[in-house]
Design a protein around this ligand. Sequence first.
Ligand code: ADP
Ligand code: ZN
Ligand code: ZN
Length: 669
Amino acid sequence: MKSSPPSTNVIVSVAVPSPLRRAFDYLVPQDINFVPVIGARVVVPFGRQTLIGIILDLKNSSTLAIEKLKPITQILDQQPLFSTSLLELLHWASNYYQYPIGMLFDAALPGWLRKQQSLEIPATTIPKTIITANSFELNNAQQTAIAAVQSSFGTFKTFLLDGVTGSGKTEVYMQLIAAALQQQKQVLMLIPEINLTPQTLQRFEERFKTPIAVLHSQISEKKRAMAWLQAKAGVAPIILGTRLAAFTPLLNPGLFIIDEEHDLSFKQQDHFRYSARDLLLKRAQLEHCPVVLGTATPSLETWQNVNAQKYQHLILPERAGKAVKPEIEIIDVRHKQLQAGISNNLLAQIKQHLDNKGQVLLFLNRRGYAPVLMCFNCGWHQSCKRCDSNMIFHYNSKILRCHHCEAKTYIPDVCPECKDPGLNTVGLGTQQIEASLKMHFPNANIARVDRDSINNKKQLQEMLDKVHDQTTNILIGTQMLAKGHHFPNLSLVAIVDIDSALFSADFRATERVGQLITQVAGRAGRGTKLGKVVLQTTHPDNPLLTTLIHKGYHEFLRLLLEERKFTNLPPFSYQVLFRAETKQPSKANQFLQFIKELLIQHQPKVSCLGPIAAPMEKRQGFYRAQLLLQAAQRKTLQELLAIITPKIEEQKVAKSVRWNIDVDPLDMY
Ligand code: ADP
Ligand code: ZN
Ligand code: ZN
């Protein structure tokens, strides 16, 4: 940390919460309350406002004339809140995600600290940790994994801990945490959704008698700020949280863990669109820590890094002993009468499982929701002539569109292959299924569970209680239900509509459905009844599907990677998505067209797809369009964005359009 220079004019460069992409210089008055340090909060005048900012730099000159500089009002912290490596991470993130540095502190600093002027520093004595011993012998795979990670303590190295549910990953995490704690180091662990997986915290509390700082968006601002400060002071040896916890300062960082690394919730989908996983990897590099990425279903990005030997692959083979794998059955729904998307075969199986006092879970993969026009007689679906993709039905304009080029076509009256008039869109709602099942099973208790119906701990607990005491017979839900829960009486799981994932406009939909099937099937075992997984499809011979079922997730990944390589999609290329929306119909499109011209002028090597209308073109009164940039190298895009973004912002029109930049977008549709 630099000390203040021995100059008469002390100038500080401050990040203030403003959309302008730069820091602002201020004078430090002689009689200021504390000595300014980099990483401390200051109160500054900004236009007519008074704002809290962070000191990014100390200097003795400015590009502005000294008389023009305003003085800072107050220094809030005697000690920096952010270490140099954490500030370096924030600079990196600001550049990488094209997000103004001052605004980025909205994510990096708990709200309470962005407002509260004085700090209550929590007790600073570092407690003695008591670790409860585990009651069993670790198996060989666990021992190997632990030894590998432990031997790289103090250095940056990434590990993929690859093991199905119940293979002992959490036990490996806990052993590694114990080892780090013994060296007086802190461990930061990210999990997808803390409310949905309260059992992780519970197990940690049983194992470690030590403060655990818990950070997520559902705890009060003050509590979160306290946890943050405890982590910073080194008083909390373990830090557990959702993606926002990735910015928590640590006194002695020793190890980072990301559980369920493939999970989409690690990517923020609005404002500061960062990936907490990627950011934590960067942080680990800066802070010389090993990182463990744990999952039963690695993402393709991670898998490619394993193939390239950038990550070390640690495998926990499937659970030993009594675990029985469920039978996976594909129901071919071609030529079949469906009721709210459910075949008679599946209805019969639901009845049988209910009669045997089993519970039934029906999944509807709503994320991949993007209706494809399909013939239910022969399985024909409209694909684009110029691209390796399906055309998507647009409700507003009643046409089919390709999302990779600009091709459009009208909807045929009959199937072009078999002349059957039974053309239908694939894309169902959970409510429709619920209504239909109520009719078929009037005595069953049916619960619909999705992010609209469950969003806090209490609702979740009520839902889980009803499942556990068997009040609920049929559960209908989204992928959310696949996370971490053990339903001991679940005997049948059906994925109602695999096709919407196999033929989605979203090229990542197949990866996700593969993860879902694997996660669901992995639930079976000791104490669980799960006997059957049923998949409904009009493409029973789809090679990805059959590979997944007969050869497993790793082989499925291999095939999927080949496909991505062939189509030149991530992880074999890198993407940036520009989104724009306006009240006037074509203005968003024009704005993106302007950006496209700028981009091509500066870098002919990138490919620009679009601008095209967003799949749901009109939303909340706004017309939405998008422009996708793709290049073989990350660097090409990064260099281009650094030049282009300020040029876009200079434009007057940029202020009248709602637009954003999404680097490494995960959800484009
Ligand atoms: P995962 O995190 O991969 O789902 P866990 O670590 O939760 O797996 O382990 C699943 C269950 O098996 C837990 O009850 C855990 O205590 C137990 N377990 C883990 N490792 C072993 C082992 N080596 N021997 C016996 N039981 C184990
Ligand atoms: Zn047909
Ligand atoms: Zn096309």
